[in-house]
Write a protein that binds this ligand. Structure first.
Ligand code: HEC
Length: 146
């Protein structure tokens, strides 16, 4: 009796801790951001001329940014400030409007870029303007890598 009561209690505590930290939403946003990181890789290598320029790959990456960044503003609720190895800084929750508008700007930049990446010179010019949105936000709202 006592044993199952204790187990039951522990389960309740574990579940409520998980809910307080909203691990599901933290994982969801990390997955979307991770997809954007993966999508940024090949165009990044093209920028450094490590692999040949390919317009279709770049456009596919821009589509990933558009799709994922559109969903991200919803994925920073109040109960997801800690836990799940989040790297998001507390400052983010004091500046939600800024965060939302930064994701919007990224989406707009990626949409605008789609017509400007058909040749390599345009790509070289355009790509940094798109990914500048990533670094700008990380500097303010993502913990430095240790
Ligand atoms: C408006 C803010 C913002 C923008 C714009 C943004 N990020 Fe992030 N990014 C974050 C935050 C905050 C985190 C930390 C999330 C966490 O750990 O909960 C993060 C984390 C990441 C991660 C790590 C994900 C993981 O698995 O922990 C990658 C990769 C990443 N971002 C790539 C990108 C790329 C590529 C772009 C641009 C195409 C971008 N981000 C644009 C805010 C942003």
């Amino acid at each position: 009796m006592l044993r199952s009561f204790v187990i039951g209690l522990l389960t309740v505590i574990t579940i409520s801790t998980a809910m307080a930290q909203n691990l599901v939403v933290i994982k969801a946003r990390k997955d979307l951001l991770g997809d954007m990181g993966d999508a940024a890789k090949q165009p990044g290598q093209m920028m450094k001329q490590e692999i040949p320029f390919d317009a279709d790959t770049v456009k596919a990456s821009l589509d990933v940014f558009i799709a994922k960044a559109s969903k991200l503003p919803e994925l920073f609720p109040e109960d997801s400030k800690s836990g799940g190895k989040t790297e998001a800084l507390p400052a983010l929750w004091n500046n939600k409007d800024d965060v939302t508008s930064r994701f919007k700007k990224l989406v707009e930049a990626a949409k605008a870029a789609k017509d400007n990446v058909t040749d390599e010179f345009d790509f070289m010019d355009t790509w940094p303007k798109v990914v500048g949105n990533c670094g700008g936000c990380h500097k303010k709202y993502r913990a430095e890598k240790k």
